[in-house]
Write a protein that binds this ligand. Sequence first.
Ligand code: SR1
Ligand code: MG
Length: 410
Amino acid sequence: MTAAVEAEQAYEILTVETVPRYIAERPALRGLIDPAQITRVRDVGDGNMNLVFVVESSGGNLVLKQALPWVRIDPTWPITPERNRFEAQALRAHGSAAPGLVPAIYDADDARHVVAIEDLSDHRVWRGALNEGLRHEGAATDLGHYVARVAFGTSVFGLGAEAHKAAVAASVNPELCEITEDLVFTEPYIRHEHNKILPANAQDVADYAGDPRVRTAIGMAKLAFMTHAEALIHGDLHTGSVLVRAEEPGRARSTRAFDVEFAFYGPVGFDIGALWGNFVLAAARARALGDDEHATWVLGLAEEAWAAFRAEFTALWPGRADPRVYGDGVLEGFLSGVYGDAVAAGAAKAARRVIGFSRVADIETLPEDVRVTAIRGVLRAARLLLVEGAATEGPGALFDRVGDALAGES
Ligand code: SR1
Ligand code: MG
């Protein structure tokens, strides 16, 4: 019997048919949705790892997300469903630090590894919108605020020494961290069966992953990821983990970070870098398709997110615990550390999506000849970030240079 089958037998895996009964069994849910009034259950899970159901009823909707004991897109790869508990815990902590910027959580079922959350079907996944050339103005600002509020509110600055230590201890998430350590910081830099490289990009990958400066910077970034327990970061804040809804007459814009199962106490710059790396991927797509205007707009989101993060974190700073030693010089030192971590993480997050496991639509849906150009641009940009990024003054100047690298001008 495979590990996957053994694990399956340990708890009930939900289906469209069994969801109404599941809701009836959960006191917290049957108070929200009358199981008899359910009109439709849709299986909408299209991510790498989980089942997701949208439950519609005449009295309102909700979403159930269930962790499978294996990777959904590779059932031979077992993975702990305990990640669902980290998701629930982080959703609560992030909802309290950054209200309105993550989905509301209604219920957490540790036995069947299910969370019930707010239905945000009137939003769309940002990656898809960016790839269609759509502009959701303000989303990057919202995400900068989200990262800042979570960074401050869950850090030693927001919690104080004792509560911070308790929160760090409660949020150790080794299996999910190991996935990132492997997929983001290791496998793209070694020979690995997960790596799929087009022949026309073989030299690009060799130039990138073989550059000793790249390898040292990636090693340092991995060390920071594994050891800098700054805040309860999202841990996987790519554009596929963001839902956006544009402002319309009578309706405010809305931006939500979701899929927080990778949350753990790590470096704040990893979340900013995840956004930056995915802006590089979206811009590489646009540039390779000849839409330079969209590429330039997307790269401008890097500075927008950073400016919002910096302003919000600075606004929260007067409320910090222990200002006796944590003076304003510490604020500057902390922010410059986040900036350096973000630059390296951005490079790592972009490069992994064009070399290793878990590719993205930004690149994979391009015709092969265009894809080769986009991948070449991504690897040039990642190398620039790793080698010269931390010394380049601010994300405005830096992402102008990334634009040049995507265009083959650096
Ligand atoms: C096993 S697949 C893992 C990847 O999917 C998630 O979205 C994360 O990005 C992770 O690296
Ligand atoms: Mg995810």
